[in-house]
Design a protein around this ligand. Structure first.
Ligand code: BDP
Length: 720
């Protein structure tokens, strides 16, 4: 870019775009947390004379991206572009360089601690100048460092005396897109798939680049492009060319692509008569397929597999086990450095065992039987992404098998895109839970980051909430869940409150009068949803097919374990699923210390009470109230909490642009209405069973139970 053009562009950015896009100019949410709007005037002086020069040591695609991001960010935030130069020539320069570069000599950087993806940011003196150094062992580390430094300015944090050192604790930080080749998205509430398969590979939508930027800014380094309910067509040559086009866009951002492998692909696209993992022809087919993929995408990451679960094909169709299946695929990708992520989300229709126990029963005996390039991907809880679940017992039970976490970012069971539920706090609760793996104190976070059990592969996956909606995630606040997922995957021990705060500062406003209430609202939001949908450890009470509204009465589905009545077990005497020794004994799958703490209904956290216990309606709760009264009050508490969120949000209008303010306002209105519906329908149903009067002050549902039962939502998103 010529200097004159650069100057014009800078002026435009400073006075045109950035100037016009002050706090009040309408925003559509496309820019996510990378808005780079001008800092408020009061914050600007702290950055005077800083970031005036940008020195990039080297010239590669990734370094160019890092430099361009810094230029874009600083120009927007500070209203002036840095001068690009080949060496430090003035105070306030930013120097981006590989730690071993002669330009960084004498800084004594702790390179060993940075690993392959970490970075250091330091205020230093170089050639007599005050310089901010971003150093890393690799250029991806530098890109991460560039985003980190930008965050410092975006959140209006100090840029003097910096000494930041950060490296990811988890190796694979992955998004799982449940995207189909026809662009529908399984359980997606943000429009259609971003991947425009039909126009690929020739047309590369610029959004792919912005997707990669956003992911790199939070450290995501892998993406599974396709639905776990897989389609073998993605493995055909025409589609692999399309995958290659995406991989080429993502590569300089440090993001590898992965695909879901349909276990029966050898039959469907290979012309074979079997997909038996021990059959030599099948093994040869997968090896050849892997070779072909790697010829097309040399840094292909590997496969994600859902097998023998909810009708998906798998090794058990041939009387083989999960290890046989996973190892066969692992052998195919091994020569190329690929991995297999094999999901533990399995439960079988024929199996009468408590569904919460089935994954453990199948996988625990296979501990140590997987190849070293297999990682077993385990959902956070033993059922299925319910609004709240106790941590999955497998996390404490497979010391010889790398386990990776699977969270659901898309809010299938939490009100879709319209309900505000910040999931950082829910995930933190799971990550902080003590597994007592190997008999010692050890959080789920420490298990999955490999510090308790020395896993060769560590990882965290999030089922993406991204679609082609202009704001990416279907709602402005759902962007926070994408953001929080990336940050927790980087460091599973980080604080969800801190994450919410930095997100709110970058996405809306750094003004404490905005940040404090907004973060408070986010931090209370998950509990609110749990309360109005499934309080006190209840779970799986959603209506059939779409999982949108309440359906606690449903009890007639073909599979018992698809019925809400299977899970809440309410009858005239009480409610809850007995998973203690007198019931299914699912608690026996936890370490003895954990099992003991769950076994006593008096000491267990009431958040998990009815998950593990069937209790009489007049069971005395910690509040002193009978269980029935408490249940009804919890439902009401959830609705009230949404009312409070609305009131809080209304006070925040001065800090938010009109468009996003109106969007969030409308969604909170929907949430309030639907929270009330959830509460009323659930109370009407449970009262028809408990036959007890409502506690004092609780309003009777405005309709009778049949009215709620008759509601149909044939076209709710994601219905199937
Ligand atoms: C369930 C979803 C279903 C997914 C399944 C999975 O309802 O659409 O296919 O999870 O994770 O919660 O495989």
């Amino acid at each position: 870019m010529g200097p004159v053009f650069r100057l014009i562009l800078a002026t435009l950015l400073a006075f045109g775009l950035a100037g016009a896009a002050g706090a009040q100019a309408a925003e559509d949410g496309y820019d996510l947390w990378l808005r780079y709007r001008a800092l408020p005037a009061a914050a600007q002086p702290a950055y005077a004379g800083w970031g005036t020069e940008l020195v990039t040591d080297g010239d590669t695609p990734t370094l160019r991206i890092a430099a361009a991001e810094l230029e874009r960010g600083l120009t927007g935030l500070l209203g002036r572009p840095p001068v690009q130069s080949g060496s430090v020539s003035r105070d306030g320069a930013i120097l981006l360089g590989i730690a071993t570069s002669p330009k960084l000599a004498g800084l004594d950087l702790p390179t060993a601690k940075l690993g392959r993806e970490g970075y250091a940011i330091r205020s230093a003196r170089i050639r007599g100048r005050d310089v901010t150094v971003i150093a890393a062992n690799t250029e991806i580390g530098l890109l991460y460092g560039a985003f980190r430094l930008l965050k410092q300015v975006q959140t209006a944090a100090p840029i003097t005396r910096l000494d930041i050192l950060d490296a990811p604790k988890v190796k694979l930080r992955m998004l799982n897109h449940w995207d189909n080749l026809d662009r529908t998205v399984e359980r997606g509430y943000a429009g259609f798939s971003l991947w425009d398969w039909h126009k690929l590979p020739d047309y590369r939508d610029p959004r792919y680049t912005d997707y990669a930027r956003a992911n790199a800014s939070i450290g995501i380094n892998g993406t599974v492009l396709t639905n776990v309910n897989a389609n073998a067509d993605i493995l055909t040559p025409a589609y692999l060319e399309k995958v290659k086009a995406l991989a080429d866009v993502f590569r300089p951002y440090g993001i590898r692509v992965y695909l879901t492998a349909r276990f029966s692909a050898p039959l469907e696209i290979g012309g074979l008569k079997t997909a038996d993992p021990l059959d030599p022809k099948v093994r040869a087919w997968w090896r050849a397929k892997a070779d072909e993929i790697y010829r097309t995408v040399p840094d292909f990451g590997g496969f994600l597999v859902k097998a023998n679960s909810e009708g998906q094909p798998g090794p058990q169709d041939y009387k083989r086990n999960h290890a046989d299946g996973a190892n066969m695929l692992a052998d195919a990708v091994k020569p190329h450095g690929g991995i297999v992520m094999w999901r533990a989300f399995v439960y079988a229709a024929e199996n009468v065992e408590d569904r919460a126990k089935q994954a453990y029963s199948e996988f625990k005996p296979l501990d140590g039987k997987f190849r070293d390039n297999v990682v077993v991907q385990v959902k956070n809880g033993a059922i299925d992404f319910q609004p709240r679940e106790p941590f999955h017992p497998l996390f404490g039970a497979m010391p010889k098998t790398p386990l990776m976490m699977e969270f659901q970012i898309t809010k299938e069971y939490l009100g879709f895109a319209t309900h505000l539920a910040y999931l950082g706090s829910a995930w933190e609760e799971v990550l902080a839970a003590d597994t007592h793996a190997r008999g010692k104190e050890s959080s789920v976070a420490k298990v999955i980051d490999g510090s308790i059990q020395p896993y060769s592969i560590t990882g965290m996956a999030g089922v993406a909430n991204i679609g082609d909606d202009r704001n990416w995630t279907g709602s402005h606040f759902d962007q926070a869940n994408w953001y929080a997922f990336g940050r927790l995957a980087w460091d599973p021990e980080s604080s969800s409150r801190d994450i919410a705060e930095e997100w709110a500062r970058m996405t809306f406003s750094t003004d404490p009068a905005f940040v404090r209430p907004a973060v408070g609202m986010m931090m209370a939001s998950h509990q609110a949803v749990v309360d109005y949908m499934t309080p006190l450890g209840l779970h799986h009470l959603m209506a059939t097919g779409h999982h949108y509204g309440p359906g606690p009465w449903v009890g007639d589905l073909a599979r018992p374990d698809w019925n809400p009545t299977y899970y809440h077990r309410a009858d005239a005497s009480g409610i809850g699923f007995d998973r203690t020794g007198s019931g299914s004994n699912a608690i026996g799958q936890y370490a003895p210390n954990v099992a003991r703490s769950f076994a006593d209904p008096k000491s267990i956290s009431e958040d998990y009470l009815l998950w593990f216990h069937h209790l009489p309606w007049d069971w005395r709760m910690k509040s002193g109230r009978p269980l029935w009264d408490e249940l009804v009050l919890r439902y009401g508490r959830g609705v009230d909490a949404v009312g409070q969120m609305r009131a809080t949000w209304n006070r925040l209008e001065p800090f938010v642009d009109p468009r996003r303010f109106a969007d969030v306002t409308a969604f909170l209105g929907i949430q309030h209405k639907e929270a009330q519906w959830w509460r009323d329908a659930s109370v009407a149903y449970f009262q028809s069973i408990s036959k007890r009067p409502l506690p004092a002050g609780a309003a009777p549902p405005p309709h009778d139970l049949d009215w709620y039962k008759a509601l149909q939502f044939k076209y709710a998103p994601g219905h199937h």
